[in-house]
Design a binder for this molecule. Structure first.
Ligand SMILES: Cc1cc2nc3c(=O)[nH]c(=O)nc-3n(C[C@H](O)[C@H](O)[C@H](O)COP(=O)(O)OP(=O)(O)OC[C@H]3O[C@@H](n4cnc5c(N)ncnc54)[C@H](O)[C@@H]3O)c2cc1C
Length: 143
């Protein structure tokens, strides 16, 4: 095997830092073999969740194109991983056109984030977890 393929699932804070650390540690070579790095994310951007308070206040949103973070050295794929066949080291993902595709890997890093629990409506409160929610807060404030 002349090449090692490493796939990172998730372009959030954990995923992009995993990619950066892998790039720094291996400088595209792992055990003398070339390292093929693939980052797969649902969206084409890295979404800075900690800055989500900005859009409701009318400031610019918090999405950074992944291509600007990783102009080279990483293969960027937009898609949703739907299954992992761990025994044969193969991922299945759906691309933006709805095609189911397969990717083989040697090393897999899962950085797909977590599911945010929504407060029960009678308890009030809004889970500020997406640009859509941020926009709806802004809308309700400027009405
Ligand atoms: C408003 C707000 C303020 C915050 N403030 C702070 C703070 O001050 N300090 C702090 O430490 N933390 C803070 N946090 C928490 C912090 O933002 C999160 O802990 C962190 O962003 C989680 O990063 P992550 O990469 O694990 O997950 P995420 O940011 O959720 O990223 C996961 C990525 O994986 C992708 N993904 C998921 N499933 C799939 C799939 N099946 N296929 C392909 N891609 C997939 C998603 O599209 C996403 O891009 C805050 C959070 C919010 C919402």
């Amino acid at each position: 095997m002349k090449e090692i393929t490493c796939i990172v699932i998730g372009g959030g804070y954990a995923g992009i830092n995993a990619v950066k650390a892998l790039q720094q540690a291996f400088a595209n070579k792992a055990n003398g073999k070339s390292l093929r790095l693939i980052l797969i994310n649902k969206e084409p951007h890295h979404f800075r969740k900690v800055l989500l308070f900005k859009p409701p206040a009318g400031e610019a949103d918090s999405a950074l194109p992944l291509t600007s973070l990783f102009p080279e050295g990483v293969q960027l794929l937009q898609g949703t991983v739907t299954a992992n066949e761990g025994k044969v080291r193969s991922l299945i993902y759906m691309d933006t056109s709805g095609n189911q595709l397969t990717l083989s890997y040697d090393v897999l890093v899962v950085a797909a984030g977590s599911i945010i629990r929504q407060a029960a409506p009678e308890q009030g409160g809004i889970a500020l977890n997406s640009l859509e929610v941020a926009a709806s807060i802004r809308e309700s404030m400027v009405k």
